[in-house]
Design a binder for this molecule. Structure first.
Ligand code: PMP
Length: 412
């Protein structure tokens, strides 16, 4: 059975070809279902089988962290070496139940219960990822609390207050490359969930003290719930391990095995391709037919980042064309940069569009009334004239939203 057996909610008829005009298109979440077509085409190399008697113990086949599969660590290091997006040599790797768990582990590890008289302030430059304020505060921790926009933090708090800064780069929601903005006296957590070649040019291997990555946005396996942290300081890594131990007594080994399988499949694609094919295929035309047909007839279908980048480029071109014809909406412009992975200049193609309604004060309500669900700017510490639109949904949803946005334009 394939995904194609079931019509999208916006299509009906025996062959799913008739558009349902009143349907709702939900682009609120960053659910990376766009990658299903890739994995459908790469099914054999990506299937995981775990016999019932295996992997039953709490303890993993580990070398460093008792709940972390050693093979997962090996594949994570190999993937970063191929992509060139992070230094892992001499660094500690900690696996988590999604990078969401590791974000909390990092806050736990970076706060100092003995030295603090009150919860340490956690800040991030607005617009910031909407989950961070809620995840930081939902348990009303005595260790840390959300303190909002990092840009105004020093002004608001006086220069002496301790803090933890969070830098998401490329940023969720607006796709920009970000750097720490407070004065550098506090620890920084770098969330690099989107620092992969499908979304942004890889300009150099990132080498920060504490970096978070996730399979959710790299391969699209959000439901597997596997993330990892790359940590310089052994004590910080040890405290993060302690958090995961206290929070969930480790991380699902079934999920880790699936992540091993998936990452191995990605790496094998590139190993088979070799460096020359990699460079050569980057110059080929974008893999557009894939969007309209299925993924079985495509060159380089085994190269995840090539696939991802082709689709993201196509989608951004479509979206820009749809909103360019009037002043109803605007989008940020991005400059191209040299991508060391593809060996050529690329313009960023972020996982989200940060759309501004130029005439409507409440962009989310305006679009909702027209059957498009997005997330309002106010969740990200920005104004309601902005919305975040996921660019990672299945093709049907994306094509429909582009058509609908184009039809909402009022010519100048
Ligand atoms: N960080 C950022 C910036 C994200 O956008 C997301 C997912 N939307 C996460 C972390 C969470 O990732 P995970 O699925 O690994 O918990």
């Amino acid at each position: 059975a394939s995904a194609a057996c079931k019509c999208h909610a916006c299509y009906g008829g025996s062959d799913c070809s008739q558009a349902v005009s009143e349907c709702i298109i939900d682009l609120d979440h960053g659910d990376p279902t766009m990658y299903e077509a890739y994995w459908l085409a790469n099914g054999e190399s990506s299937t995981t089988v775990i016999p019932g008697w295996q992997r039953m113990s709490y303890f993993a086949h580990s070398q460093q962290v008792w709940f972390m599969e050693h093979e997962l660590e090996v594949q994570i290091r190999a993937l970063h070496a191929i992509v060139g997006n992070a230094i892992t040599e001499g660094r500690h790797i900690v696996v988590g139940t999604g990078s969401t768990q590791l974000y909390q582990a990092a806050l736990y590890a970076l706060s100092s219960p003995g030295e603090q008289t009150k919860p340490i302030s956690v800040v991030s430059a607005a617009p910031f990822y909407s989950s961070y304020p809620v995840v930081t505060d939902y348990l009303r921790s005595a260790l840390f609390r959300w303190a909002g926009d990092a840009t105004t933090f020093k002004q608001r708090s006086g220069n002496e207050e301790a803090y933890i800064e969070l830098v998401t780069s490329p940023n969720n929601p607006d796709g920009r490359i970000q750097h720490a903005v407070v004065n550098g006296t506090g620890p920084v957590i770098h969330d690099l969930a989107y620092y992969w070649p499908h979304y942004t040019p890889i300009t150099a291997p990132a080498d920060h003290d504490l970096m978070l990555f996730t399979v959710s946005k790299c391969t699209g396996h959000a439901g597997t719930r596997i993330g990892w942290a790359i940590v310089k300081d052994a004590l910080v890594a040890k405290k993060m391990v302690k958090f995961v131990e206290l929070n969930t007594i480790g991380v699902s080994q079934d999920s880790q095995m699936r992540a091993v399988q998936i990452l191995t499949a990605v790496i094998l694609g590139y190993n088979n391709a070799g460096r020359s094919r990699l460079q050569e295929s980057a110059k080929k035309k974008p893999l557009l037919p894939l969007l309209l047909t299925d993924s079985h007839h495509i060159d380089n279908q085994d190269l995840l980042f090539h696939y991802g980048h082709s689709i993201m480029s196509y989608r951004w071109n479509q979206l820009r064309a749809a909103v360019a014809s009037s002043t109803t909406f605007s989008l940020l412009d991005f400059s191209p940069d040299h991508c060391t992975f593809f060996g050529e200049n690329h313009t960023p193609t972020p996982a989200f569009a940060w759309l501004r309604c130029n005439r409507e004060p409440d962009c989310q309500a305006f679009l909702k009334a027209r059957g498009i669900i997005t997330r309002s700017g106010h969740h990200f510490g920005a104004g309601p004239e902005f919305v975040r639109v996921s660019m990672l949904e299945r093709n049907h949803s994306f094509e429909l939203v582009v058509q609908r946005l184009a039809s909402l334009q009022t010519p100048d």
